[in-house]
Design a protein around this ligand. Structure first.
Ligand code: BTN
Length: 252
């Protein structure tokens, strides 16, 4: 794995490659107080032994077959109330990159699971630290299933399973970082509304009549969007409701 990704402006100009580590997000968090990371630093590993997912889940990835990395960012321009835009740009960056390989059946299951049709191909775990009303640091952890073709979770899929070919992980990393940087720079320019609209266009189940679960209760509803702080908006029989990440499950 190269230690320098040449085709970006700042993301991946400094790379820490670890053959194996617990979690690239944890490793990044450990290196921040030691001042070992710069805006755009990437921590990447071939083998994550204790990968973390959202909602306290684990992230399993066969060694040497997938992408598991974290980007360290200093989004000091971003106000705390707009922090969900980091989820938006990371999701769009991964989706757009995948669109080039498998067309437009890639979507984002709120808040930022990456899906191909009804199968999960990737996940994003963003951990921010706040300072005086803005985001001081952000660790954007990305797990993308690439060459793995056997999963313990029946609904998981990978680029290899969809495209029937193996991929060069290093070339993909370069390309994915470029795509992520493109969306991040648009956020830096303040293109909030455009990014939000693009995110909504990719949102899994948006505008469809579906069944959800909250507080142990199943209910029919239709996703209509996300609010300014990133809560999922669902039109229910009792009117429009906003949900935080642990408050709602997608059922069918
Ligand atoms: C999810 O779908 O629940 C999010 C999964 C995020 C996994 C990535 S892999 C690289 C980074 N390090 C971690 O421990 N987690 C993220």
């Amino acid at each position: 794995m190269h230690k320098y990704f040449a085709n970006t402006l700042f993301i991946g100009k400094h790379v820490i490659y670890l053959p194996s580590c617990h979690s690239t997000n944890d490793m990044a968090a450990r290196l921040v107080p030691e001042n070992k990371l710069f805006d755009g630093s990437v921590i990447i590993t071939d083998h994550q032994t204790a990968g973390r997912g959202q909602r306290g889940n684990t992230w399993e990835a066969a060694p040497g077959k997938n992408l598991t990395f974290s980007i360290f960012l200093k989004p000091e321009f971003l106000e705390v109330e707009n922090q969900f835009y980091l989820n938006i740009v990371a999701s769009l960056g991964v989706c757009d990159f995948l669109n080039g390989y498998m067309g437009d059946e890639v979507s984002v299951k709120w808040p930022n699971d990456i899906y191909y049709r009804t199968n999960k191909m990737g996940g994003i775990l963003i951990e921010n630290s706040l300072r005086k009303g803005t985001i001081d640091t952000s660790i954007v952890g990305i797990g993308l299933n690439v060459n793995q073709t056997n999963f313990s979770i029946a609904t998981a899929t990978s680029m290899a399973m969809v495209c029937n070919q193996d991929f060069d992980l290093e070339a993909l990393t370069q390309e994915l970082l470029k795509s992520l940087e493109h969306y991040y720079l648009r956020l830096k320019k303040g293109l909030y509304e455009q990014l939000r609209e693009e995110y909504l266009r990719k949102l899994y189940w948006i505008g469809e009549s579906r069944v959800f679960k909250s507080n142990g209760q199943f209910f029919p509803g239709e996703i209509t969007g996300v609010d300014n702080i990133g809560r999922l908006l669902i039109e229910t029989e009792a009117g429009k409701k906003a949900f935080n990440i642990k408050e709602v499950e997608f059922i069918k």
